[in-house]
Design a protein around this ligand. Structure first.
Ligand code: T4K
Length: 369
C-alpha cells in the first residue's frame, strides 16, 4: 500500500511561474476569448507540431465532434465502434443520427473494416472510427469502403495526439479528425479539443460553427454553437507544446518498464504496438485472461484497495448503456470481440510524474508479491 495515490493518469503541469507571462499578456490585452492572440498562435503552433494543414480549436472534444458532424451535414445512420468513451456515440445522438455498432478487431481494438460493409444501409452517411488508445485504425481499408459507398469519415482521434503511421500524421486521414485536450489526455489545455481538416474552406466553416454560426457581425450562416476555446486554455496549450516531447518520452520509458516487467506473468496479455507507428503512449492497456490468478474485476478492486486507481476503459461497452441497448446493432452476438475485450481490459497508470519505483510497485501488486 502506498500513501500517495497512483492514478490511471495525471496531467503534466509545467512550473507555475512559466504560465505567468501568458497570463500577463491576457490581462494586458483584456481579450479573454473569441479568437484572441493566444488562440491564433496556438492554432498555428499546433498545425506545425502535428504536421497538419488546418486546425479549428474547440472548448472540448465532445463539442468538436458535434461540430464535425454539423460541418459534414451527417444524417441518417453512422457506423461506429462500441469500444470507446461514450462521447463518441453521444455526439451522434445529439445530432439525431442513429449509431450503428460494428465489432472491433481483437488485436487493435479498433473498428474492424472487414465487418463494416455488412452494416451499410441506404441511410448510412458516414463512418466514425476511433483510434483507440492512439492505436491507428486501418485507414486505407476504411477509406476504400467510404470511397466505394460515398460515405464521409470522421475520426475520433481523442487519444491520437501526435501519432504517426508510415511517416505521416494519422490526423490527416478521412474527412475530419477530432482531438481532445482534456486533463486526462497526453496533451492538455485543461479542457479543450480541435478539429483537423485538409482545406481552408472547411476550417472557415468550422470556425463559424463554433461561434454560433456567425460569418460576420450581421450574418449567421449555420446553426452554430458556442464551442470556442478561451485564451487561458490556448495559453496552456502553447506552454504544454514546449514540453510535449518530454512528456511522450517519459511515457515511453514507463511503457517499456511495464512491457519488460509484466511479460511472463501468467494470464496478463499485453497488446502489441503496430509496426511503423510513432506512438504517444497515452494508455497502457492489459488484458486479464481467464488463467490469471484472479478475475479482472477482483484485480481492479485489489489495486484500488491499495491506492492504485486503474480504469476499465472501455467497460461497459457504449452499446450496453440504456440509451443504446435497444439498437439492433447493440446485441452482444453482433459484437463478440468488443464484448470479450471489455470484460478483460484494464488500463494501468501511465503519466510523466509516475516514478520507476511506483511503476514497479504496480507490477509487484499485479504479480502478487
Ligand atoms: N472521444 C474519446 C475516444 C474520448 O476518450 C473522449 C474523452 C472524448 C471523445 C471526449 O473528449 P472531451 O469532451 O472529454 O474533451 C475521462 C475524461 O473525462 C474524458 O475526457 C476521456 N475521454 C475519458 C477516456 O476519460 P473519466 O471519468 O475516466 O475521468 P476521471 O475524472 O475519472 O479522471 C481519471 C483520472 O485522471 C483521475 O483518477 C485522476 C486523473 N485526473 C483527472 C482529472 C479530471 C487528474 O489528475 N486531474 C484532472 O483534472 O473520464
Amino acid at each position: 500500500m502506498t500513501d500517495k495515490p497512483i492514478f490511471v493518469t495525471q496531467p503534466f503541469l509545467p512550473p507555475l511561474d512559466e504560465f505567468t507571462p501568458y497570463l500577463e499578456e491576457i490581462w494586458d490585452s483584456k481579450i479573454l476569448t473569441n479568437g484572441g492572440h493566444m488562440h491564433q498562435r496556438f492554432e498555428r503552433a499546433l498545425c506545425d507540431y502535428l504536421k497538419v494543414e488546418h486546425i479549428s480549436l474547440f472548448n472540448n472534444g465532445t463539442i468538436a465532434l458535434l461540430a464535425a458532424l454539423q460541418e459534414l451535414r451527417v444524417t441518417g445512420e453512422v457506423i461506429t465502434t462500441p469500444y470507446s468513451f461514450v462521447a463518441t456515440s453521444h455526439s451522434l445522438l445529439w445530432k439525431g443520427v442513429k449509431p450503428v455498432f460494428v465489432d472491433i478487431d481483437p488485436c487493435t481494438f479498433n473498428l474492424d473494416p472487414a465487418r463494416v460493409e455488412a452494416a451499410i444501409t441506404p441511410q448510412t452517411t458516414a463512418i466514425m472510427p476511433v483510434h483507440c488508445y492512439g492505436n491507428p485504425c486501418d485507414i486505407e481499408a476504411i477509406q476504400f469502403i467510404a470511397d466505394t459507398y460515398n460515405l464521409k469519415i470522421i475520426y475520433d482521434a481523442a487519444h491520437a495526439f501526435g501519432v504517426e503511421s508510415g511517416g505521416e500524421s494519422i490526423l490527416n486521414a478521412g474527412d475530419l479528425s477530432v482531438l481532445s485536450f482534456h486533463a486526462t489526455k497526453v496533451f492538455t489545455t485543461f479542457e479543450g479539443g480541435a478539429v483537423v481538416c485538409a482545406d481552408a474552406k472547411s476550417k472557415k466553416r468550422l470556425d463559424y460553427i463554433k461561434n454560433f454560426g456567425f460569418e460576420n457581425d450581421v450574418s449567421v450562416v449555420s446553426p452554430g454553437i458556442n464551442g470556442k476555446m478561451s485564451e487561458i486554455n490556448a495559453a496552456m496549450g502553447l506552454l504544454q507544446l514546449k514540453y510535449i516531447d518530454q512528456i511522450i518520452a517519459r511515457r515511453k520509458e514507463i511503457d517499456l518498464i511495464y512491457r519488460e516487467q509484466l511479460s511472463g506473468i501468467k494470464g496478463v496479455n499485453i497488446p502489441r504496438g503496430q509496426l511503423g507507428v510513432v506512438d504517444n503512449y497515452s494508455y497502457f492497456p492489459i488484458l486479464v485472461e481467464g488463467d490469471f490468478r484472479m478475475t479482472r474485476d477482483a484485480l481492479h478492486e485489489m489495486l484500488v484497495e491499495n491506492n492504485i486507481y486503474t480504469r476499465r476503459y472501455f467497460y461497459p461497452l457504449i452499446s450496453e448503456f440504456s440509451m443504446y441497448r435497444g439498437l439492433p446493432s447493440s446485441a452482444s452476438s453482433n459484437l463478440p470481440n468488443a464484448t470479450d475485450i471489455s470484460r478483460k481490459i484494464l488500463c494501468l497508470p501511465i503519466y510523466p510524474a509516475l516514478s520507476n519505483d511506483e511503476v514497479l510497485h504496480v507490477v509487484d501488486m499485479i504479480r502478487g508479491c
